[in-house]
Design a protein around this ligand. Structure first.
Ligand SMILES: *Cc1c(COP(=O)(O)O)cnc(C)c1O
Length: 389
């Protein structure tokens, strides 16, 4: 064999995701895993039963239609109408994907040319950097900085060049919990319109916003509908992250472009689960309200435990995650801290530093998830008190 590296240069250095690394560490050390964001309690029983029924009745056991089963596309349209007053055509403006992950990949592969620039918030959700790279495009980070993690809109404006093709948004934002305000969204939309940019927006935490924060889809703003690809997924909203049912809503030309890439990635997926997610999306408002208040309560539980243990805590407005700073322990390197934490305390967390290009900005930030049972959060909080010694 030649000396040529096997992994192509677009993916060089991307190695194994931090979640795989830290989850393996959790298993090896028997630690409580507050690293990867997946619930340790499954979603609603009736939704699980709907999946079983679909399997038994032979719905979705063979290749479902490329754009997704009609029942689910209709339910997605109703959901967008019910929560945001956004109207979409189920036949031409909706595409079901293998989770939000495939929706992101297909959108970026479809819409970018090599050499295009993509502006995205950092810390990045890890698949963004990889998908931008696979598309041959260049990522341009807009750094969200502690303690508030608000986007600097003058900086955003200054980052736009003639090569900028697309803004990749994520609100509520993983890992910082930032929820974009109406003013921030208006300013971003104005820039997108002025510079004729596409917007891809990852809204998988749309139902997890706390306190007075409100999730607003940028697609609802003037001039945005025709340039925005909105992405969401059932995983986080219904606590079935293993089902991998996601979706895109956008204008017909955008959906057609994304579908072209998507059909050669998975073609289709998750047949019976698509029927179950259609039922989930039609759950009454009380489901969504209860889910949100439960997670907000869990956030507060972990938040209090982290503060008592001595972490500096940045309270999130949404998502599954709390970002902390470990500089308060005299620690400078979040990655080293996270590698040592299982030995020290029997808890696994994720270093945010790996999600930044600007290594200085996230150097001592550590992320914990709170989508776990109360007893697990309480146990983890107690173990973390050892750091005070
Ligand atoms: C979990 C997550 C995803 C992935 O969603 P899937 O539906 O599991 O593919 C995408 N974006 C963000 C920000 C996430 O946290």
């Amino acid at each position: 064999m030649s000396n040529r590296p096997l992994l192509n240069r677009r993916l060089a250095g991307m190695g194994t995701t931090i979640f795989a690394e830290m989850s393996a560490l959790a298993t090896a050390t028997g630690s409580i895993n507050l690293g990867q964001g997946f619930p340790d309690t499954d979603g609603p029983e009736e939704v699980r039963e709907a999946a079983v029924r679909a399997l038994r009745e032979g719905r979705g056991n063979q290749y479902p239609p490329g754009p997704g089963v009609p029942e689910l596309r209709q339910a997605i349209v109703e959901h967008q109408q019910r929560f945001y007053g956004l109207g979409y055509d189920p036949d031409t403006e909706v595409l079901v994907t293998a989770g939000a992950t495939e929706a992101i990949a297909a959108s970026l592969l479809a819409l970018l040319e090599p050499g295009d620039e993509v502006i995205a918030f950092e810390p990045f959700y890890d698949s963004y950097a990889a998908c931008i790279a696979m598309a041959g495009a260049t990522r341009v980070p807009l750094t969200l900085r502690a303690p508030d993690f608000r986007p600097d809109l003058d900086e955003l404006s200054a980052l736009i060049t003639p090569r900028t093709r697309l803004l990749l948004l994520n609100t509520p934002h993983n890992p910082t919990g930032t929820v974009l305000t109406a003013d921030e969204l208006s300013a971003i939309a104005a820039l997108a319109v002025e510079h004729d940019l596409l917007v891809v927006t990852d809204e998988v935490y749309e139902h997890l916003v706390f306190g007075a924060s409100v999730h607003r889809p940028i697609a609802a703003l003037p001039g945005m509908r025709e340039r925005t690809v909105s992405i969401s997924s059932a995983g986080k909203t219904f606590s079935f992250t293993g089902w991998k049912v996601g979706w895109v809503t956008a204008a017909p030309e955008l959906v057609a472009a994304v579908r072209t890439a998507k059909q050669y990635l998975t073609y289709v997926s998750a047949g019976p689960f698509q029927y179950a997610v259609a039922e989930a999306l039609r759950l009454p408002d009380t489901y969504f309200a209860t889910f949100r208040s439960e997670l907000e309560r869990k956030r507060d539980l972990l938040d209090a435990g982290l503060r008592t243990a001595g972490f500096e805590v940045y309270e999130p407005q949404g998502t599954y995650f709390i970002t902390t700073d470990v500089a308060s322990f005299g620690e400078k390197d979040a990655y080293a801290f996270c590698r040592a934490l299982p030995e020290r305390c029997g808890v696994v967390a994720i270093p945010n530093s790996v999600f930044y290009d600007d290594k200085e900005a996230g150097r001592s930030q550590v992320r914990f998830t709170f989508c776990k049972q109360d007893s697990v959060l309480e146990d983890a909080a107690e173990r973390l008190q050892r750091l005070r010694a």
